[in-house]
Design a protein. Structure first.
Length: 525
């Protein structure tokens, strides 16, 4: 048995000097991962491959066994599509008269390999574009949607629980319902109130390559012919012939009310030219074998994503999207946790799997691939502890946990955080749908209980403002780089809590379970 008393007290007894040293070591990994030489680790790039090789080397140093399909690496193949914007266009057609839109300003086309070059169809506004059978809520009921393009506002009525809303907002789930209703295309409008990134910046990413897993069997939007997003500041023109205004709909959305559904009495006409290619990228997998003869055949996964956005549109003269926090921080935590396990000769009963995935920024694709083609039996994976951009910008007093109320992992994180003197908070911004927005969701959909984390803060505090400012200024911008203020000892404290969480789960007699009333229990296998 593990000397439980010593380890249990370790985080409280850790001297500040240790946290400074461990924080500096954590940061040293980020200095490599988010250095300009890694070119922003775009999926399929040589920079990403170099980062994967660096990580494999660190896994080896930490004594992990290779558990990819090619050493530590698990190659993943992608289809790539890049828009040729000067050969593409989009127009609103009303009473036969076409009004051209400006791509990048009014709206952006959703790019995919294999979409038709020309699309023209009637357009229907369908509220939040949600169908939630559990709540007898259906934005598509009673509408003729056959052959139509559907426009919706991201969000959902307040009386639908956040997790259900999130689940049915997931790309594949939403499209499943729209496709079943006969739709051929989909257009999203973000509510300006819940936009992490202002349009002026997010629109720059429209020229980045879009990717899908190569193998057709992974396609999650079958039958989709057209996709676009509308700039909310330019949305009124789409509603001008409908008898409604976008402002009126936003006001209802802001009150959490259901939205009316109606035809927009326009057609959308699009020409879309794309350049297609294919690339290979890498997941990276290492194993710390368990010590119990039986439990070692079960696995606790620590996950983070290795990819970021690569080299893109320059902002203030900087074109390298380094992704230091997104998600260099999580990858550095993987290295740190593996390193601590080695330095402290830890021998958990269950095995621990360190899984770094590619393609997260392209739609959680590397984790979708790993959970579909896992290198250990997926039903033996007992938990996924995902670390993605947890933002250690200030001392760790509050830890916000997504998934806290869904499984017994909630008790585990409460116990280890409390021991470290950290208060656990539930998701304070459920409207941001964070639980479906990173790789944990690939595991959850396969039935694996999961958690993901963010540094928390008190409402209205200076720390909360720091986090919000970070999103507005640095999230998916070149300034998420090595020149930003980060609280390294706080990150070290986070790493210690994550280590303790994994050990607690790995050593528990029972594997984690979904709570009986959790929506996600349905995916259990
Ligand atoms: Zn990201």
């Amino acid at each position: 048995m593990r000397p439980i008393v010593l380890l249990a007290l370790a985080p409280c007894l850790l001297a500040a000097a240790d946290l400074i040293q461990e924080g500096d070591r954590w940061w040293s990994h980020i200095q490599v991962l988010a250095g300009d030489s890694m070119e922003g680790r775009n999926t399929g790039s040589s920079g990403h491959l170099r980062a994967a090789q660096f990580l494999a080397g660190k896994f080896k140093e930490a004594g992990l066994k290779p558990l990819g399909t090619n050493g530590y690496l698990q190659p993943v193949k992608f289809k790539v599509a890049k828009i040729l914007e000067d050969q593409s266009n989009l127009a609103i057609v009303r009473d036969g008269k076409a009004t051209p839109l400006t791509l990048g300003l009014d709206a952006n086309l959703g790019v995919r390999a294999g979409l038709p070059e020309h699309t023209e169809a009637d357009v229907v506004f369908c509220g939040y574009g949600l169908s939630v059978p559990e709540n007898q809520f259906d934005d598509f009921a009673g509408l003729d949607l056959k052959g139509k393009i559907l426009v919706y506002i991201l969000g959902g009525p307040a009386d639908i629980p956040a997790n259900l809303r999130s689940h049915y907002s997931f790309r594949s789930e939403r499209w499943k319902a729209m496709h079943a209703a006969g739709a051929i295309g989909v257009v999203a409008i973000q509510n300006p109130k819940s936009m992490d990134i202002p349009w002026e910046r997010s629109t720059l990413a429209r020229l980045n390559a879009a990717m899908e897993l190569s193998d057709e069997k992974y396609s999650d939007t079958p039958g989709l012919q057209f996709a676009a997003v509308i700039n909310p500041a330019r949305a009124e023109q789409f509603f001008a012939a409908s008898g409604h205004t976008f402002a009126e709909l936003l006001a209802l959305a802001d009150q959490g009310k259901a939205l009316p559904r109606f035809p927009l009495n326009i057609r959308l006409r699009a020409t879309e030219h794309v350049q297609t290619s294919s690339v290979e990228s890498q997941n990276v997998v290492g194993l710390l074998a368990g010590s119990d003869p039986k439990l070692k055949n079960e696995y606790v996964v620590y996950g983070a994503h290795l990819d970021h956005l690569g080299v893109g549109a320059p902002i203030q003269g900087d074109a390298v999207y380094n992704g230091a926090m997104d998600d260099g921080s999580g990858i550095a935590s993987l290295i740190e946790i593996a390193t601590l396990a080695k330095l402290e000769h830890l021998r958990p009963k269950r095995s621990i799997l360190f899984v770094a995935v590619t393609g997260e920024e392209k739609g959680l694709l590397g984790s979708q691939y790993f959970t579909s083609a896992p290198t250990v039996p997926l039903k033996s994976v007992v938990a996924d502890i995902n670390m993605d951009m947890y933002l250690p910008l200030y001392p760790l007093k509050y830890l916000e946990v997504q998934g806290l109320e869904e499984s017994t992992l909630g008790n585990d994180i409460r116990a280890v955080a409390e021991k470290a003197g950290v208060m656990v908070q539930r998701d304070r911004e459920p409207q941001r749908n964070l639980f479906i927005r990173s790789d944990q969701y690939s595991y959850i959909k396969q039935g694996v209980p999961a958690l993901t984390f963010k540094f928390g803060a008190e409402t209205g505090s200076a720390e909360e403002k720091l986090g919000k400012d970070w999103l507005r200024q640095r999230y998916h911008a070149p300034s998420d780089d090595l020149n930003q203020p980060v609280d390294k000892p706080a990150a070290a404290k986070f790493n210690r809590i994550m280590l303790d969480l994994g050990l607690r789960v790995a050593d528990a007699p029972e594997r984690p379970r979904w709570n009986a009333d959790s929506f996600f229990k349905r995916f259990e296998r």
